[in-house]
Design a binder for this molecule. Structure first.
Ligand code: TRP
Length: 453
């Protein structure tokens, strides 16, 4: 099982295994923590509308492009571009991807640590009898604490590395298959409770009725960044996962199933959260704290709330774990294949390096609260860098597929060397050649102020 150079390459062993692992990467805190608070901050329905449009016309093409590159080359993101375009600067996309994996994992594992704290609080009944305001204070004071956010973060990094060391098949497939459907189920239960609270209709209106006057250039960028973040695209995660997919698996079907599941879970999280936000009179713009205030409030209004909140935070932590392993895997695959380290050594070294950066993220409201740049703490900087890094990576990936990777190579991957019909190929080509690069470029140029939307 050691993924050493020259030995037979690890691969997923079943069709459901691929979908489960790719969905495990996509579904995580992005859907349940980041998406709802961005919707809340950016005025509701209009943000949802932009987000869904970006998933459809930009996210899906980028996702398929990454998987095509991965399976074609059987390499990590840097090795993949070195193989496809030797002697050209395209490998820089891979370097950017590995750098992005570092930065994203650092703050993501910090939030994953928060879910562990909330699991602990569920077990000790720490939400009991607290009003939404008190839950808000509880969240703030936890985050400002000195040790707790850091220790939970480190624990999460250790868990992630242990799973990555154990390898692809054994490590990743096993956990995702059973636990993701369970997470879906509990979100349905939460949505039902939330929708039956008095005053919940306002929340549905907020979520689904777009008020386009709320859209600003910044909203557009945030929606684009979130679409990429949630699908795990723009930094080569899916190049790495694509490289573990077997030759006879259908790539387009995998991409469609995963993107649909991911989007469904995000919208469902919205349906669980916003009706309750309005029913309890919580501020929808409660930023990173939103779900940590709203969900415990709902659990308190539920029969079996104690049990459900434990189960929920276990599943959320696992969903986060299947995402963090996919990020760490990018860095590890690079260290193993290009720097020729053993899998174990690669994992330990990369986790240690990421943990150093992550300490600053996890301690952004505690130890390191005065470490700021333009009014953002380290966590804020890393979290918002996503909105630029991922679309930029996605831009180069679609340009590469659309304009530089041979036409035949792309068609062969989409059709499994002609054995599938792949009738959508023409639409895909049009999207990756024209629509996706132009649209991403417009949003990014708007952000740096070169053009004004
Ligand atoms: N998509 C995951 C989520 O929504 C996070 C994630 C995993 C990710 N791998 C990634 C984000 C790669 C960007 C790139 O929680």
């Amino acid at each position: 099982m050691e993924n050493v150079p020259g030995s037979e390459r690890d691969s997923f062993t079943s069709k459901f295994g691929i979908i489960a692992a790719t969905a495990g990467s996509a579904i995580g805190l992005g859907n349940i923590w980041r998406f709802p608070y961005l919707v809340g901050e950016n005025g509701g329905g209009a943000f949802l509308f932009l987000y869904l449009s970006f998933v459809l016309i930009l996210g899906i093409p980028v996702m398929l492009s990454e998987i095509v590159i991965g399976r074609k080359t059987q390499r990590n993101p840097i090795g993949a571009f070195l193989k496809l375009a030797p002697g050209k600067p395209w490998f820089l996309i891979g370097i950017m991807g590995v750098a992005a994996a570092f930065m994203i994992l650092a703050f993501y594992a910090a939030v994953a640590g928060w879910t562990m704290e909330y699991l602990y609080q569920s077990v000790v009944n720490g939400f009991q009898g607290k009003s939404p305001e008190q839950l808000g204070e509880m969240f703030t004071s936890f985050r400002e604490g000195s040790w707790r956010p850091i220790l939970w973060f480190l624990l999460f990094m250790v868990l992630t590395s242990l799973i990555v060391i154990s390898g692809i098949k054994k490590g990743i497939e096993k956990y995702t298959k059973i636990l993701m459907p369970l997470l879906l189920l509990i979100l349905v239960v939460l949505s039902i409770r939330s929708l039956t609270l008095p005053g919940s209709a306002e929340g549905l209106r907020f979520l689904f009725k777009p008020d386009f006057s709320k859209i600003t250039g910044d909203t557009i960028l945030q929606a684009l960044g979130q679409a990429f973040f949630s699908l795990s695209i723009g930094m080569g995660t899916l190049i790495t996962y694509g490289s573990y997919i077997r030759r006879n698996d259908n790539l387009a079907n995998t991409v469609l199933s995963v993107s649909m599941a991911d989007t469904f879970i995000a919208v469902l999280a919205g349906i669980a959260i916003f009706p309750a936000v309005f029913a309890f009179g919580i501020d929808p713009a409660a930023e990173e704290g939103l779900v940590f205030i709203v969900l415990p409030s709902i659990f308190q209004q539920m029969i079996g709330g104690y049990f459900f909140s434990i189960l929920f935070f276990i599943l959320l932590a696992v969903a986060a774990l299947t995402s963090t392993i996919s990020m760490l895997e990018v860095v590890v695959a690079y260290f193993v294949e290009e720097l020729k380290l053993t899998r174990k050594r690669a994992t330990i070294i990369s986790s240690l390096l990421i943990s150093v950066l992550g300490l600053f993220a996890a301690g952004s409201w505690g130890w390191f609260d005065n470490l700021t740049l333009f009014g953002n703490n380290v966590f804020g900087l890393l979290n918002s860098s996503v909105n630029i890094m991922l679309p930029l990576g996605g831009f180069f990936i679609v340009v590469f597929i659309g304009w530089f990777m041979g036409k035949k190579a792309v068609e062969d991957e989409l059709s499994n060397e002609g054995s599938l019909k792949a009738r959508f190929t023409i639409v895909f080509k049009f999207l990756v050649k024209f629509i996706a690069p132009i649209a991403i470029a417009i949003v990014l140029l708007n952000q740096v102020g070169i053009i004004r939307l």
